[in-house]
Ligand binder design. Structure first.
Ligand code: DP6
Length: 414
């Protein structure tokens, strides 16, 4: 290791979030985070929803520290500790000749780390930030420590931070194999297809205002495992078949099957929540209204054009078959859920705003045929905002040092 105590070595990476179309709900091992069924997700474009993480190492750091969205947080929890321990044990020799830094494999056990992480979407939105967060932590540390393992092996480490995080190690369409080994080494994510495979899909997230504090996924699924018979049936008899069907639907870009399976699986997950004792309600009236809108739309179209899915909260994730459908859907959504009078369109629809432009909604005159498709009135203010996105790529290292969240000399947040 270099004698000089001053150096700081850093890596900055960006990792996407993902949305499950076949849900993970229930663990068979709470510590290793091993699920009771396989799951499949779509990775969202990191331009719209992602976590940015800078990790730094320096002999001058006296302990591991982490800042999340600018605020220091504790790393003492077992999930962080498990990820840090696993990744440290896989660190390798690192040499930076320009900076005169030499780190040996064994040094990783004693050197301390600084970690700064930032979500490019509002945390208050209740969107799963732990998935992108743990994936980014593990991915950026693997780069910093020259860890010589493939993405699937890294996914098994991210899984120990948060189950759904393992699926954020890949872009496009991703499957998390539940595995059956006790040590969890085969409970890893694999890519089914990259983001270009089905580039027509458009994903619209409706961030729904929620009044109540929600049950966390972790405790919710624990209660379901303990009390829901429907969950046992789902994991044993329903999901295995759906996984095969979903893999086929993705492979063949068969939107009809994809949409049917996605909606059915979301609905069954929420039915399991209802079957839990005491019952858990993640969706609210606005969520239900969005489901009705989509169901009505698909019935009118004669074939599914839009799929919906909801995680452990009231936000709707809508997947449109094509850009044309997405533009029309946006018109319909803004008709049903217009912004409050003091909210402008720029802050009401974020992400890929070209959809709104194409929908010609500046004057917000919605065509009659769209009104007929959804046939609903104003629900002002019940959606906080919309995010337009698409299937996106997996984690990447950012070369542009100006994007680092830590100061290159001090290793402290900028
Ligand atoms: C409903 O991954 O947040 O989003 O493993 O306890 O951290 P822990 O849970 P988490 O659960 C996600 C549940 C879900 C469905 C899914 O993403 O598959």
């Amino acid at each position: 290791m270099a004698e000089e105590k001053k150096w700081v070595l850093m890596v900055t990476a960006q990792t996407p979030t993902n949305i499950a179309v076949i849900k993970y709900w229930g663990k068979r091992d709470e510590v290793r985070i091993l699920p009771i069924n396989d799951s499949i997700s779509v990775t969202l474009d990191p331009d719209h929803l992602c976590t940015l993480t800078t990790v730094a190492v320096s002999p001058s750091f006296d302990r591991d520290r982490m800042w999340l969205n600018g605020k220091e947080i504790s790393l003492s929890g077992s999930r962080y500790q498990n990820c840090l321990r696993e990744i440290r044990s896989r660190g390798d020799d690192v040499e930076d000749e320009v900076k005169g830094i030499k780190i040996e494999k064994k040094d990783w056990e004693t050197l301390h780390l600084h970690i700064a992480s930032y979500n490019n979407f509002p945390t208050a939105a209740g969107l799963a930030s732990s998935a992108a967060g743990f994936a980014c932590l593990v991915f950026s540390l693997a780069k910093l420590m020259n860890v010589n393992e493939d993405q699937s092996q890294l996914s098994a480490i991210a899984r120990q931070g948060s189950g759904s995080a393992c699926r954020s190690l890949f872009g496009g369409f991703v499957k998390w194999n539940m595995g059956n080994k006790e040590d969890g080494s085969d409970s890893v994510a694999v890519q089914l297809a990259d983001e270009k495979h089905w580039g027509d899909l458009v994903i619209i997230v409706a961030v729904v205002s929620s009044r109540e504090k929600e049950t966390s996924s972790t405790s919710g699924m624990r209660e379901s495992v303990e009390t829901s018979l429907l969950l046992q049936h789902r994991a044993k008899d329903v999901v295995p078949m759906r996984i095969l069907q979903m893999e086929e639907a993705i492979k063949n870009r068969d939107f009809t099957s994809f949409a049917k399976l996605t909606c059915a699986d979301s609905n069954q997950f929420h039915a399991v929540c209802m079957d839990t004792s005491p019952p858990i309600f993640y969706m609210n009236d606005t969520s239900h209204r969005i489901i009705s809108l989509v169901e009505k739309w698909n019935r009118k179209a004669g074939t599914p054009e839009i799929a919906y899915t909801f995680d452990a909260g009231p936000n709707a994730v809508l997947i449109a078959k094509s850009r044309k459908v997405a533009v029309e859907l946006m018109q319909g959504l803004l008709y049903c859920f217009p912004p409050k009078s003091d909210t402008d369109m720029k802050s009401y629809v974020i992400g890929d705003t070209s959809i709104v432009k194409e929908a010609g909604l500046e004057g917000r005159e919605v065509p009659q045929e769209i009104k007929d498709k959804i046939g609903s009135q104003d629900q002002k203010g019940e959606v906080s905002y919309f995010i337009c996105s698409r299937p996106g790529k997996g984690p990447v290292v950012l070369q542009d040092q100006t994007q680092a969240l830590l100061h290159p000399q001090t290793g402290l947040p900028k």
